[in-house]
Design a protein around this ligand. Structure first.
Ligand code: NAD
Length: 406
């Protein structure tokens, strides 16, 4: 079993081999500054009370307030949330935004809750943790299975308890409730900007084929955006399995089929595949956009893609990373590839604090400019140090964290 936090530490250790950093910096980053575990009571529709385990890990705030999403998932546990919080510290540093790293979660299968139970759980998470949150302290956002509606409930609960009406404590809110234009597609779109910046260096042609694992907020938008830009999405999947069509899928058709039927089973004209098979398809670009530990030592040698764009957090284990690097397959790492979400979340936080509302064009132009610049930085550093893009991104993040700590 791959422990995501151990994987994160091994990525960190690899970066210190590419460039030396003070021991105190590395030791400080190896442990979160604070971890909070809470038990959240929910009165179920049948009258019983259930208790759900909730978390907030505040990994590091030397560069700004803790920032990171909240995950509702049956497999969410403290090791996973700790790893995700660590990656947020590195991500905000690579993106060059003045935020730190944090992450939250609840061990729950939200599909098994009624809307009322889900709202109680969301508000309960805030009731248990609100004293540790705030615009200058810790600013959560959505992650797997948490939606703009959930952010609205959480923000509303925070406002009631704290009296702070700025709405700057939660990002990823609905637009009519203080959210930012462009936040919902931001992670997928940001991934596309990063890809488009580096594709020539990576030897990818216009119109190349793409397989996308996961079709939630991130994977769903990525599939649409790649298609709109002339790429051919040949495979998509959700937690139950996927479909493959060599001549290309229409992501919007796939989404509406799933909405109607609950899964991709029986999708006309496409071959049914498993998530494991999707990863090994003969495509140009592989986009993991679901969960951690998908490309491992078991399947890395079978990956046929020419480029991996990590839109999920932690989809590639350190052993798989080595194997892909050895085979000359660039992996655009999560902390760069999916940074678009936290960047636009930070724009949302800035707008809430200044009581402003920026246009979609303003938001997207700022996002693109920032990601294009940071993508070039990472590629250049990888070339200079002759290391993987991940190790280069870590080196850049560590330099910025070191400067802030000093
Ligand atoms: P989501 O809940 O909207 O969607 C998750 C998707 O993954 C769903 O389609 C689900 O069916 C699928 N899935 C779940 N388990 C799977 C499995 N075992 N195999 C294949 N597919 C599976 O979540 P999201 O917000 O799209 O997040 C996806 C990934 O992107 C996560 O790793 C998350 O941490 C990362 N991420 C999200 C954001 C964001 O802004 N939402 C930002 C950065 C990174």
């Amino acid at each position: 079993m791959n422990n995501p936090f151990q994987n994160a530490l091994s990525q960190l250790s690899k970066a210190t081999k590419a460039k030396q950093f003070p021991d105190s910096l590395i030791e400080g980053l190896s442990k979160p500054q604070r971890e909070i575990l809470v038990s959240i009571p929910v009165r179920m529709d049948d009258g019983s009370t259930r208790y759900f385990e909730g978390y907030r890990v505040q990994h590091n705030n030397v560069r700004g307030p803790y920032k990171g999403g909240i995950r509702f998932h049956p497999q969410a546990d403290i090791n996973e949330v700790r790893a995700l919080a660590f990656w947020m510290t590195m991500k905000t540093a690579v993106a060059g935004i003045a935020m730190g790293g944090g992450k939250g979660g609840v061990t729950v299968d939200p599909k098994k809750l009624s809307p009322g139970e889900l709202e109680q759980l969301s508000r309960g998470w805030v009731q248990a943790l609100w004293r540790n949150l705030g615009p200058e302290v810790d600013v959560p956002a959505p992650d797997v299975n948490t939606t703009p509606k959930i952010m609205e409930w959480m923000s509303d609960e925070y406002e009631k308890l704290s009296g702070d009406t700025s709405r700057a404590t939660f990002t990823g809110k609905p637009i009519e409730y203080g959210g930012s234009e462009g936040r919902t597609p931001a992670t997928g779109l940001g991934g596309y900007y990063v890809f488009a910046t580096l594709k020539d260096q990576a030897g990818i042609q216009d119109g190349a084929s793409v397989a996308v694992q996961g079709m939630g907020n991130v994977g769903g938008h990525a599939a649409t955006i790649f298609t709109e830009n002339g790429y051919k999405v040949v495979a998509m999947s959700d937690s139950k399995g996927g479909i493959y069509k060599e001549s290309g899928l229409d992501p919007e058709e796939v989404e509406s089929y799933k909405k109607k039927n609950g899964s991709l089973k029986g999708f006309p004209g496409a071959k049914q595949i498993t998530n494991a098979e999707l990863l090994e398809l003969p495509v140009d670009i592989l986009i993991p956009a679901a969960l951690e530990n998908q490309i491992t030592s078991d399947n890395a040698a079978k990956i046929k893609a020419k480029l991996v764009l990590e839109l999920a957090n932690g989809p590639t284990t350190p052993e798989a990373d080595e194997s892909l690097f050895g085979r000359g397959i660039p992996v655009i790492p999560d902390i760069l590839a999916n940074a678009g979400g936290v960047v636009v979340s930070t724009f949302e936080w800035e707008q809430n604090r200044a009581s402003e509302h920026w246009s979609e064009i303003q938001v997207l132009e700022k996002l693109e400019k920032l990601l294009v610049e940071q993508s070039h930085n990472v590629w250049q550093r990888a070339t200079d140090l002759n290391v993987s893009l991940r190790t280069a991104a870590f080196v850049i993040a560590l330099e910025r964290l070191e400067a802030a700590q000093r």
